[in-house]
Design a protein around this ligand. Structure first.
Ligand SMILES: NC(=O)c1ccc[n+]([C@@H]2O[C@H](COP(=O)([O-])OP(=O)(O)OC[C@H]3O[C@@H](n4cnc5c(N)ncnc54)[C@H](O)[C@@H]3O)[C@@H](O)[C@H]2O)c1
Length: 245
């Protein structure tokens, strides 16, 4: 039998109904973890066969998130791994951006990370063990070179980068690591809408000329959650084919 790296671990994945979250949940489960998925999209959660638990919830709602994470920690006695994957961008040019677009982007991409991490962290601190992996974006590091009109998204994801580093320091001595991956364009279904010209322009900005593969991204998260990554914390890891160099 092949050894698994996350045997007995209890994981929460946010955005588990989404393109990347589905694959992340599958890879964590394949390594022996029990996975709970949190997402707005109840139907998408139902379709994710890797989930042992699922809670449809708006992650921008602090009280609802406390309740959803509480359901998981009550059922399993705690949580070991948290992947903050919920989020998503919207193209809006700064000079005409509404206040609502700004706050929606910040809420979706940064406040969700606060809410879920705030709800899960006490359980990790109580057991002196935890692995938090946040998903930011190359936009947080390189601005909106892939997509013009990404200021709100880039700012919110840069907030995730700052939160990662500050929290990593705050909880480092208590057995909790906090890391962040910063993906470039991934080969998710949304990319199927690219015209050949758009795809060529995109690849022209990526030194490897490769889109990221969701399975590779998920394996990076498995590694950061595994025992081998015990001394890695506060890292912002671009998975972007060199786009942000
Ligand atoms: N796909 C890419 O190329 C790419 C690149 C860089 C970063 N990212 C980031 O990776 C993460 C996952 O992206 P994806 O491609 O799987 O997107 P996706 O749209 O397929 O999945 C995102 C999921 O988050 C959920 N979500 C959004 N807001 C929510 C809320 N308020 N409450 C609960 N759930 C909510 C959505 O319902 C959806 O299922 C996102 O944070 C995204 O910004 C993706």
């Amino acid at each position: 039998m092949t050894a698994v790296r996350l045997s007995g671990k209890r994981a929460i994945v946010t955005g588990a109904a989404g393109a990347l979250g589905t694959v992340i949940a599958e890879h964590l489960a394949a390594e022996g973890a029990r996975v709970a998925g949190l997402d707005l999209n109840a139907e998408g959660l139902d379709k994710n066969g890797a989930l042992a638990l699922a809670a449809p919830v708006d992650l921008t709602d602090f009280a609802a998130v406390q309740a959803a994470v509480g359901t998981v920690t009550d059922a399993w006695g705690g949580v070991d791994i948290l992947v903050n994957g919920a989020g998503g961008g919207a193209v809006a040019f700064f000079h005409e951006m509404s206040y609502e677009t700004w706050t929606t982007q910040v809420d979706r991409n940064l406040t969700t990370v606060f809410n879920v991490t705030r709800a899960a962290l006490p359980s990790m601190l109580a057991q002196s063990h935890g692995r938090i992996v946040n998903i930011a974006s190359v936009a947080a590091i390189a601005g909106g070179r892939l997509v013009r009109g990404a200021t709100a998204y880039a700012a919110a994801k840069a907030g995730v980068v700052g939160l990662t580093k500050a929290l990593a320091i705050e909880v480092a001595e208590q057995g909790v690591t906090v890391n962040c991956i910063a993906p470039g364009a991934q080969a998710t279904p949304g990319r199927d809408r690219d015209t050949p010209e758009r795809r060529e322009a995109l690849l022209g900005q990526i030194p490897t000329r490769l889109l990221g593969q969701p399975g590779d991204l998920a394996e990076t998260i498995v590694f950061l959650a595994s025992p081998a990554a015990v001394n890695i914390t506060g890292v912002i890891l671009p998975l972007d084919g060199g786009h942000s160099i």
